[in-house]
Design a binder for this molecule. Structure first.
Ligand code: 0WD
Length: 255
């Protein structure tokens, strides 16, 4: 018996086989979930479509999370296919590359609002659309965040501000939808080599520092994030909401 047998799960944020969302999709499938996946645009489509097929995703849909129209469309498709939704994974973030290096003072108004829109507000927009489908189903929403939303890290800059907004949105959303049995949590993952992290200046140095300083003296893997995602999505975590759960080799406890 799988931990997610019979559950319907929708996953945003697979870009390639290194994506955290891809490890989560595989773990969810292994534990019996039926999957819907979205992809951001045509550029990533050619990598995402074969992956979606490999996990037997029932729905594979384009969705730019900046667009309310796109979001309405994809949740409409989920309603048509399944009539409800048990698990929603938000594994999406974006900021202009030139604002992920150097001084935070160089952040532009446009760059700030783009990072906030894609990386933070999109969670609120998704939950708005998903809410009628998840209501009363002992459902779980999960977002991905990073410690740079709580502490200042070199180069993380505007993304740190967006992650702080995302983490607080997790808590406010948890309060808003908890009375309907929907839980909202985030995983704060340690540094992982992916397309998104390649855009952050000095990524290798941060990963090297974690190896030296974290209690486990190593970096984490995508599969370890997927393991915690599985727990938070399943009834094992039925009493857990509004939580930021670190999967970071314990790095965040070190002073
Ligand atoms: O070290 C890391 N990799 C960490 C990542 C540590 C801690 C947290 N995270 C977070 C990220 O901030 C993000 O929220 O995990 C989440 C997933 O990131 P990832 O798996 O590291 O990166 P990636 O495989 O690039 O997936 C992020 C995807 C985008 O990829 P690209 O590289 O194409 O920008 O977010 C999606 C897209 O697929 N995305 C969008 N999806 C819909 N609409 C949009 C958009 N407008 N923009 C980006």
């Amino acid at each position: 018996m799988g931990l997610l047998d019979g559950k319907k799960a929708m996953i945003f944020g697979i870009a390639n086989e290194k994506s955290i969302a891809w490890a989560i999709a595989q773990a969810f499938r292994r534990e019996g979930a039926e999957l819907a996946v979205t992809y951001a645009n045509d550029t990533v489509a050619k990598r995402v479509l074969p992956l979606a097929e490999a996990v037997g995703a029932q729905l594979v849909l384009p969705c730019d999370v900046r667009s309310d129209e796109d979001l309405k469309k994809v949740f409409g498709e989920v309603e048509k296919a399944w009539g409800g939704l048990d698990v929603l994974v938000h594994s999406v973030a974006f900021a202009n590359k030139e604002e992920l290096k150097g001084s935070f003072l160089n952040t532009t108004r446009e760059g700030f609002s783009l990072a906030m829109d894609i990386s933070a507000y999109s969670l609120v927009a998704m939950v708005k659309e998903a809410y009628p489908l998840m209501k009363g189903r002992d459902a779980s929403v999960l977002a991905l965040t990073y410690y740079g939303g709580q502490k200042v890290f070199p180069n993380y800059n505007v993304m740190g501000v967006a992650k702080a907004a995302l983490e607080m949105s997790v808590r406010y959303l948890a309060e808003s939808v908890g009375c309907d049995g929907i839980r909202v949590n985030a995983i704060s993952a340690g540094p992982l080599k992916t397309l998104a992290s390649a855009g952050v200046g000095g990524f290798n140095q941060i990963a090297g520092y974690v190896e030296q300083k974290a209690p486990l003296r190593r970096n984490i893997t995508q599969d370890e994030v997927a393991g915690s995602a599985l727990y938070l999505a399943s009834s094992l975590a039925s009493g857990v909401t509004g939580e930021i759960h670190f999967v970071d080799s314990g790095y965040n406890i070190i002073g």
